[in-house]
Design a protein around this ligand. Structure first.
Ligand SMILES: [Zn+2]
Length: 329
C-alpha cells in the first residue's frame, strides 16, 4: 500500500502499465489472486508482444489453473479497448468535479469515440453505486422532487435513451430521429430522498410521492423508530414514523421553524438539478438512477479529499458485470 496519496497530475502522466499496477495495488494488497480458481500462489509474469485489451502487455498466468489474467478481470475495465490510463484519468475527473463530467466532455478530452466515452461513463457510475446498507439515523429530512421534463422555457428535451442506443449500435438509426434531435415526449420523474443531517443522503426514483410508495423505501433506508424525522406537509409522510419523532414544516406558511426544516434535502435537490441541467442537459428516466448514484456518491464522500475518493473508487471497481442489464431495470 502506498503511504502518499496520488495526485491528478501523476495520474495523467501514467502509461497503461502504470495504471494497471495501480489497479493491482488497490485490488490485491497482498498480491495477485487468480480470479478463475482463487489461487494465491505467486503467478507467472508474462509480457505479451502485442497489446491486449486495455492496451497492456503484462499479464499473469496462474500456477494452478494455468489461466491468464490481469487485475482488470471482473472489474468495470474488463473487455474494454479504452487504454487503462484513460480510464483512471476519467475516474479522477469524475470524482473531483462538482457537477459531474458528461460523455461528450470525456469524448473531446481523451480523443475517444462518443460511444466509448458513454460506455466508460456508465461503468464508472455503476462503480459509484451505494454499497452501504446502514440506515440513516439522528435527524433525517425526507422529501421528494421532480426531475426532467421540459426546460424552463418549454423547450423539448433530447430523448437520451434512444440516442444512446443508436450511438451504441443497439438500435438502428430511426429515419425520423436523427442525432441530436429533440424528442417531444418526456415526463418528469419523481425522486424520493432522505438525508441525515451531517451525514449521508439516499435517493431513489418512485412512481409518486404517496404513502404506499414512500413508506417501504423510507423504512428500508431510515431507522424510523429512532430518528427525528423532518418532512413537509405532504400526506405521503402521515404517520410514517410510528415510534420516532416526526416534525412537519408547512411550506405554505413557513420555511423553517427553529430546527424544524428540510433545507438540507432541498439543498441537495438543487445540487442534483444544477448538475443534471448544467452538465448533462437532460437525463431520461431510464438513465436517472445512474446519475442519482453519481451525485449521491459525491455528496456522501464529500468529507474526504479528491485523491482519497479516487483511490476508494478504484478499489470498488470490481463487481457484477451485468451492470448494463441492471441499469436497464
Ligand atoms: Zn487459477
Amino acid at each position: 500500500m502506498e503511504t502518499k496519496s496520488v495526485t491528478y497530475k501523476e495520474v495523467l502522466s501514467w502509461n497503461d502499465e502504470q495504471a494497471l499496477a495501480f489497479i493491482e495495488r488497490r485490488r490485491w494488497s497482498n498480491g495477485p489472486i487468480c480470479p478463475k480458481c482463487g489461487s494465491v500462489r505467486e503467478p507467472y509474469s508474462i509480457t505479451r508482444k502485442s497489446k491486449t485489451k486495455n492496451k497492456v502487455t503484462s499479464i499473469y498466468r496462474c500456477k494452478d489453473c494455468k489461466k491468464d489474467f490481469t487485475a482488470t478481470v471482473g472489474t468495470i475495465f474488463e473487455g474494454s479497448h479504452i487504454p487503462l490510463s484513460t480510464w483512471l484519468a476519467a475516474i479522477f475527473d469524475i470524482v473531483q468535479s462538482k457537477k459531474g463530467i458528461s460523455a461528450h466532455q470525456l469524448h473531446r478530452k481523451y480523443d475517444i469515440t462518443y460511444k466509448s466515452a458513454l460506455f466508460m461513463a456508465h461503468r464508472i457510475r455503476f462503480a459509484m453505486r451505494n454499497k452501504s446498507f446502514d440506515k440513516l439515523t439522528g435527524t433525517v429530512e425526507a422529501d421528494a422532487t421532480y426531475v426532467g421534463g421540459k426546460t424552463r422555457r418549454g423547450h423539448k428535451v433530447v430523448h437520451e435513451r434512444i440516442q444512446d442506443e443508436i450511438e451504441m449500435g443497439l438500435r438502428p438509426k430511426h429515419p425520423g430521429l436523427k442525432r441530436g434531435q429533440r424528442h417531444p415526449r418526456m415526463d418528469k420523474v419523481v425522486v424520493l430522498g432522505a438525508v441525515e443531517r451531517g451525514g449521508s443522503v439516499r435517493t431513489q426514483v418512485v412512481k409518486a410521492e404517496s404513502g404506499p410508495e414512500v413508506r417501504p423505501i423510507l423504512s428500508k433506508n431510515v431507522d424510523l423508530a429512532n430518528v427525528h424525522l423532518m418532512t413537509d406537509g405532504s400526506s405521503a409522510y402521515h404517520r410514517i414514523s410510528e415510534y420516532g419523532q416526526h416534525d412537519v414544516v408547512n411550506h405554505e406558511v413557513e420555511y423553517a421553524r427553529g430546527n424544524v426544516h428540510t433545507q438540507n434535502i432541498e439543498g441537495y435537490w438543487s445540487i442534483l438539478k444544477r448538475g443534471i441541467i448544467g452538465t448533462f442537459h437532460h437525463v431520461s428516466e431510464h438513465r436517472l438512477p445512474m446519475y442519482l448514484n453519481e451525485f449521491e456518491y459525491r455528496f456522501n464522500q464529500r468529507k474526504i479529499t479528491d485523491a482519497d475518493r479516487f483511490e476508494a473508487l478504484v478499489s470498488q471497481t470490481h463487481g457484477r458485470l451485468d451492470w448494463y442489464r441492471q441499469s436497464q431495470d
